[in-house]
Design a protein around this ligand. Sequence first.
Ligand code: ADP
Length: 384
Amino acid sequence: MAEVTEQQVLDALKDVADPDRQQDVVSLGMVTGLQTKGGHVAFAIEVDADRGPHMEPVRRAAEKAVHDLPGVISATVVLTAERPAGGGAASGPPPGAPGPGPGQAPGQAPGQAPGQAPLLAGVGAVIAVASGKGGVGKSTTAVNLALGLAAGGHAVGIMDADIYGPSIPRMLNVKGQPASVDGRTLEPMENYGVKCMSMGFLVEEDTPTIWRGPMVISALEMMMRDVNWGALDVLVVDLPPGTGDAQLSMSQRVPLAGAVIVSTPQDIALIDARKGLNMFRKVDVPVFGIIENMSYFECPKCGERSEIFSHGGARLDAERLGMDFLGEIPLDIAIRETSDSGHPIVISQPDSTQAKAYRAIAESVWEKAAASIGANAGPRIVVQ
Ligand code: ADP
């Protein structure tokens, strides 16, 4: 069947009217962040914050109109309030502002429509992996952490939300596109016993540099709401690097139990890591700790250890900031080669010291996640 086009989606949405203004949502310019890929359609409907709850039937009608189009496997529509009620310039959500977000009832999870099940209800703990900047090995760490958790006997999924460079499918050696059995939900991909879903499946590769908030938020929403994750102990979320508005907004949307920050030992990276800590504090997400990656170099021939980047900075920094230090991973060619070739070291060389280091970190993270679940009896809800 031919793939649905953006034009067909927009044409279908011309039958969906805003009841307050008696005009369709397309003509009113309310449809933003539209993306179609492989029969998966996602977009946002922008509404004034105070109209959110009232607009839920419109959201549902839009979803149905698109879902009914031939060639559509899944349709995800979210309500976003970029503009505060009464207009004004587009701006990010107020960092850490207490109380329900636009269109949310009190106690309702971000992005959750009234009457809908909470997002990721079958997941014990959702854990973000973040970094202050790119290239520090965040995705490599996220994958090996997920595999380490799975090796510990936990049911694990990994959600690749790194819009700048979705690399998890490659690292997990997952190929192809997610399928849908019932025409409504997507089946996650799976390898090495870990379920996986990636922005890379939903967003065209050439969009990252020009993406806008609503597009990413709608793809994120789709990965949380329309993916059949099943029952998981842990869902690891690979966030985009950095601590800007996009990361902040994503951290607010995902019901996180906690976050880990990956940093290299260079001071500059640690300054970035501090920003990461502050970002999660703003949105009231506990930071489980910091992982120092590319911490030292152990010569594969002679075994001599070289501390290239004043190793140990992350441990000291963590102490200073009152954050836990979760462990250190060496700069190691086997880590690079195995993750880049789709056979991460925790799977391909489980007896290596590197794999043991990842498993030890996974164990500490699990302990913290378990404590956090206990402490927050009931689903943890982060509101905007
Ligand atoms: P990020 O997600 O922070 O952008 P990646 O995980 O994609 O970073 O890693 C960037 C590159 O560094 C990849 O080629 C990866 O294999 C490599 N890499 C990550 N961690 C290590 C490590 N501990 N030792 C050697 N290479 C590493």
